[in-house]
Design a protein around this ligand. Structure first.
Ligand code: SF4
Length: 445
């Protein structure tokens, strides 16, 4: 009797994913396709036949980090394919790393796969059944990012994303909903909806409809939110601009269909600065809107990001922003000092703000916002909140998040429990302490 010929080992791909959640979704798509074709993944450079680096090119500091990551992969492995935002500037990469195998731009999945095939041909016997219907995910199993579109129709003066990724291209709503359903079937308990401008979803397709669950659904922000709300998991909306039609989605939040959470990158409040930034929906009366939203949905959590020290920002503009923040009482806020991004229109604006002034404004902004966030968290003490468990804590307790906390960017809840808890489980937690970012509490027995 002869032994069957041993199966050749599958080729192994190493993967480095840098940048934002949108880049992470690109990475997941590439990994899913590679797994379909029979590739395995290597956790180390040394064990990989080829390494893909998915880069971020948004800020100069992120580009530097990307170039360093490419260098590290070149030194350790030598066969490197570069993709992602920085891939839109191949000359910058070749200057530092002339021997990378291939460079492709953001969301160019096909080109990345071709480059991998050229470097290491796929195994002749792809194990198709190894791929779960929900694809390969880099995020923990209980939450997943759901990308609904690529590109952006806005032209914010500090941003080069439209020149890197092009105009808005919305995915058909049927595809998005089926992906969401597969993720939920695969055990996902929280869907994080992302894009460059979530509230503009479907503008490019004239809100084309798709069939889903026996009915026609429009590719529109509200309709998508409503349909996702039927899946019975947490649905969190990121990168929403306060266009008037967003108001209707607040009703869905008040009804408990999607999480009462809005991530709106306001970036500033002063009309002069917003105009110079060319921000979308800058004309909307945001403070009035925020008050109205909170009337409709008192549990609403608002997260945002801001830029201080934008060219032309005066002390009056900055003080306007601080007063606006006081009035808006946002729950979660990130703040960046303005940094020139190569190729951005804002670089040519007059009246650059000196570095020391940027620094000083940043500290004033953060101090003011920390006080607001801390007060808002204090109000949660004594309440019992639903907490989704993310995992165990080093001290033997557990870490989780409430509806007010998006993974990776917001705070957490440190949970004590007499019983074991599992990632993805939602438990009522009695909140006993709060600091400027995080909560502590005890799981109801
Ligand atoms: S909305 Fe503005 S900041 Fe956001 S991706 Fe589009 S152009 Fe860039």
């Amino acid at each position: 009797m002869t032994n069957p010929a041993p199966l050749a080992a599958n080729p192994k791909v190493g993967f480095v994913s840098l940048g934002c959640p949108k880049a992470l979704v690109d990475s997941e798509r590439i990994l899913t396709q590679l797994r379909v074709e029979g590739y395995d993944f290597s956790p180390s450079y040394e064990g990989a036949d080829v390494v893909i680096v998915n880069t971020c090119g948004f800020l100069d500091s992120a580009r530097e980090e990307s170039l360093e990551a490419i260098g590290e992969a070149m030194n350790a492995n030598g066969k490197v394919i570069v993709t992602g935002c920085m891939g839109a500037e191949p000359e910058k990469i070749r200057e530092r790393h002339p021997n990378v195998l291939a460079i492709t731009g953001p969301a160019q999945y096909e080109s990345v796969l071709k480059a991998v095939h050229a470097a290491v041909p796929p195994s002749s016997n792809p194990l198709l059944d190894l791929v779960p219907a929900q694809g390969v995910k880099l995020t923990p199993k209980h939450y997943a990012y759901l990308k609904i579109s690529e590109g952006c129709n806005n032209r914010c003066s500090f941003c080069i994303i439209p020149s890197l990724r092009g105009d808005l291209v919305s995915r058909p709503v049927g595809d998005v909903l089926r992906e969401a359903e597969n993720l939920v079937k695969g055990g996902v308990k929280e869907l994080l909806v992302i894009s460059q401008d979530t509230s503009a979803y479907g503008v490019d397709t004239k809100y084309a409809t798709s069939e889903w669950r026996g009915r026609q659904v429009k590719s529109k922000f509200y309709d998508l939110a409503e349909a996702l709300g039927e899946l019975g998991v947490w649905v969190r909306m990121h990168y929403v601009y306060p266009y008037p039609h967003v108001d209707a989605a607040i009703e869905l939040m008040a009804q408990g269909k999607i999480l009462p959470y809005l991530d709106i990158p306001f970036q500033h409040a002063s009309p002069n600065v917003l105009k110079a930034m060319k921000r979308p929906a800058a004309q909307e009366k945001t403070l009035e809107r925020i008050h109205k939203w909170r009337e409709i949905c008192p549990d609403l959590t608002l997260r945002s990001t801001f830029i201080v020290g934008f060219p032309g920002e005066t002390e009056e503009d900055f003080e306007f922003l601080l007063e606006w923040m006081e009035e808006a009482q946002l729950d979660r806020v990130g703040c960046f000092k303005y940094e020139a991004v190569q190729g951005a229109v804002a670089n040519d604006l007059p009246n650059a703000v000196p570095e020391e002034v940027k620094e000083e404004r940043w500290h004033r902004f953060m101090a003011a916002q920390q006080a607001i966030s801390a007060d808002r968290l204090q109000e949660k003490i004594g309440h019992t909140l639903d907490v989704m468990i993310d995992g165990e804590n080093e001290d033997g307790g557990f870490i989780g998040r409430t509806a007010a906390d998006a993974p990776e960017i917001d705070g957490v809840v440190f949970v004590e429990s007499s019983k074991p808890l599992y990632a993805g489980q939602i438990v009522p937690v009695h909140i006993t302490e709060a600091d400027a970012y995080d909560l502590t509490g005890t799981a109801a027995a």
